[in-house]
Design a protein around this ligand. Structure first.
Ligand SMILES: [Zn+2]
Ligand SMILES: [Zn+2]
Length: 362
């Protein structure tokens, strides 16, 4: 069958919309008619790192939602017509030490579909980003990656659960769970940072201090649950955060890639606090921390999350229901919608984008 998708053909090439073909879903695989896909920084990261280690040509997109259209042999979890969010994390369940001891949030052995999409021009096998490839009308994913969610949630919002929103909210809910009444700092108020704010609010955090260098983002952070904001351009921003929380915060999240964000997060922590790295760092950078004064004496822990450490089959429906119940403001995360043909431009402009999330409607 033929469809269209955004292909990154070779190092240095500009992503472009192309005709693509695909094989039917195999055993335990699901064919999804993609209806919406968020434009996440990780797709730009794929372009900027010339492939992020994947084989060319690459099919971009990994924050998708849609409707199940066809299923392969052995699929029991979904049927055609189900509304699903496509997860890039899918704990193996029974094939790694973490899953076998009942700790699937630590599984790095994700279940994957085979690669089934091809360039129409020469038949070359495409590598879908994170085995999703959802800047395309169709996606074929492992059944474990097709997560059924309530139909009441608009698909433009639902797709954000696939990556950015779950990463941020999951950091505060599951990776380093914020205790009710605890104080929180969030460094960087883009889509992921704002989702940390939302997750912290849902967890019942007492004080949530948002830090960013852009005034509009700080205003949005307040609307989404931050109790205080600090201008990251201030030289004493770290001291301001510490003072707002009394003597530092219990949890500090760095939702920016720069290592300085994690250093600041550590120094914002109160005694016994936890600094969590959420943003993807550039390669080859080191941390400038005093092990005695910054870590041991104040007993500060550093944690890292990948995608909020979610168990998608459990956590995406939970987040979707929380949004339907009005406990999360997912609608505020959709800044604008574009067509598939506008994706190459949207990637070019992503660094300068002011809003939270641009969503492709297919
Ligand atoms: Zn596993
Ligand atoms: Zn992403």
């Amino acid at each position: 069958m033929t469809t269209r998708g955004v292909v990154y053909a070779e190092p240095g090439a500009r992503p472009a919309v192309e005709e693509i073909t695909f094989d039917p879903p195999g055993a335990n695989e699901v064919q999804v008619r993609v209806e919406a896909c968020g434009v996440c920084h990780s797709d730009l990261h794929v372009v900027e790192t010339e492939g992020w280690g994947m084989a060319f040509p690459i099919l971009l997109g990994h924050e998708g939602a849609g409707v199940v259209e066809d299923v392969g042999d052995g699929v029991t979890g979904v049927v055609p017509g189900d509304r699903v969010v496509i997860a890039w994390r899918a704990p193996c369940g029974n094939n790694c030490p973490a899953c076998l001891r009942g700790d699937p949030r630590r599984c790095s052995n994700n279940l994957r579909a085979r690669r089934r999409m091809h360039r129409a021009s020469d038949g070359a096998l495409l590598s879908p980003v994170l085995r999703c490839g959802t800047f395309a009308d169709r996606a074929i994913v492992h059944e474990a990656c097709a997560v059924k969610i309530p139909v009441g949630l608009p698909v433009e919002q639902a797709c954000l659960l696939a990556c950015g929103f779950s990463t941020g909210a999951g950091a505060a809910l599951w990776a380093t769970p914020v205790r009710a009444g605890a104080s929180v700092a969030v460094i960087g108020c883009g889509g992921v940072g704002l989702a940390v704010v939302q997750g912290a609010r849902l967890a019942g955090a007492g004080r949530i201090v948002a830090v960013d260098v852009v005034d509009e983002k700080l205003a949005l952070a307040r609307e989404l649950g931050a109790t205080d904001t600090v201008d990251g351009r201030d030289e004493d921003a770290v001291a301001q955060v510490r003072e707002l929380a009394g003597a530092g915060v219990d949890y500090a999240f760095s939702a920016i890639g720069s290592p300085s964000g994690l250093v600041d997060a550590v120094r914002m922590c109160a005694y016994g606090g936890t600094a969590t790295l959420v943003g993807v760092p550039p390669p080859g950078r080191t941390l400038d921390l005093d092990v005695a004064d910054d870590l041991f004496q104040p007993k500060v822990a550093i944690a890292v999350t990948h995608g909020g450490d979610t168990i998608p089959q459990m956590d995406f429906p939970f987040l979707a229901q929380a949004a339907l119940d009005g406990k999360l403001d997912l609608d505020r995360f959709v800044t604008k919608t574009i067509s598939l043909d506008e994706v190459p431009d949207a990637l070019d402009e992503l660094h300068a984008t002011k809003g939270v999330r641009t969503v492709v409607r297919l």
